[in-house]
Ligand binder design. Structure first.
Ligand code: ADP
Ligand code: MG
Length: 238
């Protein structure tokens, strides 16, 4: 479970139209990457999908239910941000556990999930450390682990690798790809990095100015961009 239906979603902030009618169906288990220039509405669209922000009109439907009809804790959505957003005073184990404690998950279940997630993300040696004692790559793995322990059906990643250096970006990207294979979750991933988009995506969605320019498999966009904008973003070098 984890299918997503975005139906004619519009979002305005005051008089500024940021999303101008987005339609997209994402199938259960799919890895979809959003690319597009800064300010085109990628983060806003993720926040609307998560129900953190209300759409001005249109619907977000997850497994047949409107997102805002379901209480946040029951939506089965976890978001990972560029800035990690870890609690500095909590160690890795507690950063990963906190959300589960808040929804009254039994202690032995929390232990089981933290163990599984820290194994998948090579975090076992760091469970007792605080974020300040970790590298940037380790911090981002904790943030991903915190999402994984919630066992969401839908992961939303907002430029999760942007603060990492090149080598760590490759490593963390491979870990995310591996997670996608191991968990049967749907993933939506925002990036402005063409290599990330090409290597991770089942389908790439190219956004521009609050609209979708083109949707397709990576090689489809690469070989047959429908316009110059898409070609400039993802297409073969001219
Ligand atoms: P992206 O993630 O593609 O860079 P965003 O979704 O963050 O773009 O922003 C799209 C546009 O919406 C930008 O012009 C931004 O200034 C505007 N915007 C985003 N959030 C808000 C907000 N809370 N209030 C007003 N304007 C916003
Ligand atoms: Mg953004």
């Amino acid at each position: 479970m984890g299918s997503l239906n975005i139906e004619n979603v519009k979002k305005a902030f005051g008089s500024v139209d940021v999303l101008k009618g987005i339609d997209l169906e994402v199938r259960d288990g799919e890895f979809v990457v959003f690319v597009g220039p800064s300010g085109c509405g990628k983060s806003t669209l993720l926040r609307v999908i998560a129900g953190l922000e209300d759409a001005s009109s249109g619907n977000i439907i997850i497994d047949g239910q409107k997102v805002d009809a379901v209480p946040p804790a029951e939506r089965g959505i976890a978001m990972v941000f560029q800035t990690y957003a870890l609690y500095p005073h909590l160690n890795v184990r507690n950063n990963m556990s906190l959300g589960l404690k808040q929804i009254k998950t039994p202690a032995d279940e929390i232990t089981r999930r933290v163990k599984a997630a820290s194994g998948m993300l090579s975090l076992e040696p760091y469970l007792e450390r605080r974020p300040a004692e970790l590298s940037g790559g380790q911090r981002q793995r904790v943030a991903i682990g915190r999402a994984v322990v919630r066992e969401p059906k839908l992961f939303l990643f907002d430029e999760p690798l942007s603060n990492l250096d090149a080598a760590l970006r490759v490593n963390t990207r491979l870990e995310i790809a591996q997670l996608h294979r191991r968990l049967s979750a749907t993933m939506i991933y925002v990036t402005h990095d063409q290599v990330e988009a090409m290597t991770l995506a089942d389908r790439i969605v190219v956004l521009n100015g609050g609209r979708i320019e083109q949707v397709g498999a990576p090689m489809e966009l690469y070989n047959s961009p429908t316009n110059l904008f898409v070609a400039g973003f993802i297409g073969s070098p001219k």
